[in-house]
Design a protein around this ligand. Structure first.
Ligand code: ASP
Length: 306
């Protein structure tokens, strides 16, 4: 599988933000939507996070806000418009991690409007790292908005599920959103959120909320957010593998990402995408899938990949 790698040198803004909207390409059932809507959604999410960073805000605040915007956008596989399980329900996973090595994650979240906020609450308000299906009472105690299960389910995702189950559709089974950032103080953070794989078994949990698999951050080194076939990302401990190649092997960011894709994804026949930001502000967007949704700033301005 050919790997596409975009490697952008540190800018002079003093911060870097990269986001992704999944490596599965456009969902066929959403193809009637103008492609500009995807670009618009990526742009709005980028601008929301960048506004926080340019005002001197933290990388953690920026990645959470960026992911929240993508969760609220029904085109992407997270929050409203998430991919559905085999029984047609939305089971949402999310993770946030700071460069200080603190993480919070949620799996099979069903009622909080924004799973990324639950992950952050686990990080900041609980003594735990990973919670499965937190109770409504707990979500309320954190002051987070709850919605009915129908909120997450869109017509397009129901059609996608029906097509996958009828074996009319082979590809486009995944998605996921995520963001990584380094702020003006030099701190890094990562956040990832997903509905998982279309037609997954109820209760299946992918790489997104597994620290070190789909999400990882460490100050002085890197922040990583992944999308793709979650089982392979877990088995390859992909996000941490990139960190380890840099931290212990001294690999440059792009080399670390490329080596991990080759060593842990290609070798498993898995496809997906990775965004990463180095502590120095260098960024990488890489995928061995045919396409990847992403947004970042280069010398020429904001770049959106759709
Ligand atoms: N990695 C996600 C999962 O396995 C899906 C995706 O990114 O497309 O749950």
């Amino acid at each position: 599988m050919a790997t596409n790698i975009i490697d952008v040198a540190p800018n002079d803004e003093g911060f870097t933000l990269v986001l992704h909207g999944g490596a599965g390409g456009r969902v066929e059932e959403l193809s009637l939507e103008a492609s500009g809507l995807y670009e618009h959604g990526l742009r709005l999410a980028y601008e929301a996070g960048a506004a926080i960073l340019s005002a001197g805000g933290s990388a953690l605040d920026a990645v959470c806000e960026t992911v929240r915007r993508l969760e609220d956008n029904p085109l992407f596989n997270a929050g409203r418009g998430a991919a559905l399980t085999a029984t047609g329900s939305a089971e949402l996973d999310a993770c946030v991690m700071t460069g200080e090595g603190k993480a919070g994650a949620v799996a099979v979240s069903r009622s909080a409007k924004n799973p990324v906020d639950v992950a952050r609450a686990v990080l900041e308000e609980s003594e735990h790292v990973l919670l499965v299906t937190p109770s409504d009472e707990l979500v309320d105690s954190w002051g987070l908005e709850r919605v009915r299960p129908e909120y997450f389910v869109t017509d397009a995702r129901q059609r996608q599920l029906a097509n996958v189950q009828a074996r009319l559709l082979e590809g486009s089974r995944h998605g996921t959103v995520g963001a990584v950032a380094v702020d003006r103080s030099g701190a890094v953070a990562a956040a990832t959120s997903t509905g998982g794989m279309v037609n997954q078994s109820d209760g299946r949990v992918g790489d997104t909320p597994v620290v070190g698999a789909g999400t990882y951050a460490r100050d002085g080194v890197v922040a990583v957010s992944c999308t793709g076939q979650g089982e392979s990302f877990i088995e390859g401990v992909v996000a941490h593998d990139i960190f380890a190649r840099m931290r212990y092997g001294g690999a440059p960011l792009a080399t670390a990402v490329a080596s991990t894709i080759e060593g842990e994804l290609d070798s498993r026949g898995a496809i997906g995408g990775i965004i990463a930001v180095g502590a120095d502000g260098r960024l990488v967007v890489a995928h061995n899938s045919p396409a990847m949704f992403a947004a970042y700033r280069s010398e020429t301005g904001l770049v959106t990949l759709t």
